[in-house]
Design a protein around this ligand. Structure first.
Ligand code: ZN
Length: 358
């Protein structure tokens, strides 16, 4: 079934795919999304991906069909349900909403596992992060420097998901395969890398309850900076920053030194860092920034603002509480993420420099 002739890829993402937060279908509301296991090979030369997603769900009500979203630019090669390959008559993805007809009703409490093999050339971001997709950039040394940013369009630009703020899987495991020599920092905890000896290396990650648009691929010639942060709540949190190898190390260290101060401010002002068992992670990106959970995108070029801190780093970090821990039920309430995040900046200026700095 892997060899089945794929349908030709769509030229453009459909209007449905480019929308995020559409109302969930009855089929989506009838299941709990337990886990997504995503094995994604990223091929810079052809600006394409080749992927296998295994999606585990449990019915909370009896359900006859399963529904996910996936961009039709990424044709599906095969779908296997609970180990049984499906015929193409058993699923359809006409416009980016993938519907799978189950052979029999899935009763409440029963699980199903769907393996979806797909791939192709994902949408290229016209202007990341505001108009999103893949960014196929180059680092100053000429090596590939790749990022994804899909807040405005949703997770379905590169993996089959429930593209809704309440569509968070319980866990997302990532196996990101990239040309050996590049690094692929991502969400959650690092579970090790495997050099396949054929020019490709897989980076394995596991993230608990990630925000759907927060799942991000970041690939480049990075240097990893690391330290431990001892929280006022008694736990120790890994701090990680992946910066380009060509960066000025003094500037990079200057940014990294801001991490613990900002963490202490947020933990004192809002509450415990929500993902302390994973990491506070930041990665340098070829776009300005995005609140990717435990792997915040940073592209602000080490600039300090007039208050003496990096506003972009501070803003994306705010979203770990306002956005990733507390997620709006509907994107009509996105102000809960952005408004509270913005409000943190004058509070931080006061934290650093006193009332007159607010
Ligand atoms: Zn924001």
């Amino acid at each position: 079934h892997e060899a089945a002739t794929p349908t030709p890829p769509a030229e453009l993402s459909t209007p449905f795919t480019l929308t995020t937060g559409s109302p969930r279908t009855p089929e989506q509301l009838a299941v709990r999304f337990d886990k997504a296991d995503l094995a994604i090979r990223v091929m810079p030369d052809s600006q394409s991906i080749d992927a296998v997603a295994v999606l585990d769900v449990t019915a909370v009500q009896p359900v006859d069909r399963l529904a996910f979203e996936l961009d039709t630019r990424l044709p599906i090669r095969s779908i296997v349900l609970n180990g049984r390959p499906l015929t193409t008559a058993e699923w359809r993805n006409p416009d980016g909403r993938l519907t799978i007809t189950l052979p029999q009703t899935l009763p409440a409490g029963r699980g199903a596992s769907v393996r979806i093999a797909y791939g192709g050339r994902p949408r290229v971001a016209p202007q990341a992060p505001w108009d999103g997709g893949f960014v196929w950039g180059a680092a100053p040394n000429g090596q590939p420097w790749i990022a994804t940013a899909v807040q405005g369009e949703g997770c379905d630009l590169f993996w089959p998901c429930v593209d809704h703020p309440q569509g968070e899987p319980g866990r997302v495991d990532l196996h990101i395969t990239v040309p050996t020599g590049l690094m692929a920092p991502s969400n959650g905890r690092f579970l090790g890398g495997v050099d396949h000896g054929d020019g490709w290396t897989t980076w394995n990650w596991s993230a608990r309850e990630p925000n759907t648009y927060a799942i991000a691929l970041n690939i480049g010639p990075y240097v990893e900076m690391s330290a431990d942060y001892v929280s006022r709540y008694g736990n120790t949190i890994p701090l990680r920053f992946w910066r380009l190898s060509t960066d000025d190390p003094v500037k990079a260290q200057g940014l990294f030194d801001q991490f613990p101060r900002m963490m202490d401010f947020y933990e004192a002002t809002v509450g415990p860092f929500p993902f302390g068992d994973e990491k506070m992670g930041v990665v340098e990106t070829p776009h300005l920034g995005m609140e990717h959970q435990t792997i915040n995108a940073y592209g602000n070029g080490y600039r300090l603002d007039g208050k003496g801190y990096d506003w972009l780093l501070h803003h994306e970090l705010a979203h770990e509480w306002f956005g990733n821990q507390m997620t709006d039920a509907d994107y009509d309430d996105l102000w809960l993420h952005e408004g509270l995040g913005t409000y943190m900046q004058p509070l931080y200026a006061r934290w650093l420099n006193g009332d007159r700095a607010m």
